[in-house]
Design a protein around this ligand. Structure first.
Ligand code: PMP
Length: 297
């Protein structure tokens, strides 16, 4: 089956899908994006993702390419045409095509691209946990906006890949953890506090992060939003990361050191099960479809 992409009003074969060479997303990374998970044909947390897309657009004064009902329709149609039952739908909005000039063009013709593909979090990683490496967070000061300007994230993820790690945790010059290259970072302290960084401009306010936070509170855990240091993470009882594509992923090694006893902690595993239930995911041992398992979000 050939894959299908949506590009500015048309569904086309994925391999032929293209935007103009002077698309501002291509030239300036003047574009924002979202990724929504599909689990058993259901969109997971669709409205919060569409809210965040609107927010990203608003922060950059970019016009929405279509209204929300039309966008919902295009997303569904892309998923349907690609026969994705478990996977992701990716949407990207750029400030459109214009002669290269840094300032905004006079027109408000944003471009919209939507793709979809099958993927599932890797069950072995989910059960056994993953290792992460750490590197300096060299990103800009508006990481709350979900832009395609991801070069620091790309470099850090490549470093992780070369080290055989699943992710890189980004650390400020002061030694505090911000987040991962494509996920939010969490620790569980020895006192069983579930800690994640507050959603300031320093991180992307993950939709999974928000959902997991709400679940943890509902389950009666002590959730604290505060800055935590790499030293605290090294000394933590448990650690995990959250994202649309990784769900709740136990972190069992940070750099060369095991987290806790080097196995996924009980609180992490409980949150993972609750989140999977929220997402409508089949229990472990269920289907694992094509895909890398560490799909980017
Ligand atoms: N931080 C960054 C930098 C990300 O790219 C992502 C993934 N989009 C996240 C956090 C997690 O966000 P979400 O839970 O909405 O996928």
């Amino acid at each position: 089956m050939s894959r299908i992409a949506y590009v500015n009003g048309r569904f086309t074969r994925h391999r032929d899908a293209a935007v103009h060479v002077e698309d501002r997303g291509y030239q300036f990374a003047d574009a924002v994006y979202e990724v929504i998970a599909i689990q058993n044909d259901r969109f997971v947390d669709e409205e919060p993702h569409l809210d965040r897309l609107e927010r990203s657009l608003g922060e950059l004064r970019m016009a929405p390419p279509v209204g929300r009902p039309a966008l919902r329709y295009i997303l569904r149609e892309t998923v349907r045409r690609n026969r994705v039952h478990n996977g992701i739908v990716y949407m990207q909005v750029s400030r459109g095509v214009a002669r290269r000039d840094h300032a905004f063009p006079a027109h408000r013709d944003s471009s919209l691209v939507v793709t979809a593909r099958s993927t599932m979090p890797k069950s072995s990683a989910r059960a056994g946990g993953v290792s992460v490496v750490t590197t300096e967070d060299i990103r800009w000061k508006r990481c709350d906006i979900k832009t395609v300007g991801l070069l620091p994230n790309v470099l850090a993820k490549q470093m992780a890949a070369e080290a055989g790690a699943y992710e890189a945790w980004l650390v400020t010059p002061d030694g505090d953890v911000t987040e991962c290259t494509s996920a939010n970072a969490w620790i569980v302290t020895a006192g069983r506090e579930v800690v994640t960084r507050p959603p300031t401009h320093a991180i992307l306010n993950g939709i999974t992060r928000r959902t997991v936070r709400a679940i943890a509170e509902r389950e009666g855990y002590a959730v604290v939003e505060r800055v935590f240091s790499l030293d605290e993470a090294h000394a933590a009882a448990e650690a995990f990361l959250t994202s649309t594509t990784s769900h709740v992923m136990p972190v069992v090694r940070i750099d060369d050191r095991p987290v806790g006893d080097g196995r996924p902690g009980p609180l992490t595993s409980a949150l993972q099960a609750h989140y999977d239930a929220h997402a409508g995911m089949a229990p472990e041992g269920g289907t694992e479809t094509a895909g890398t398992g560490s799909a980017e979000a």
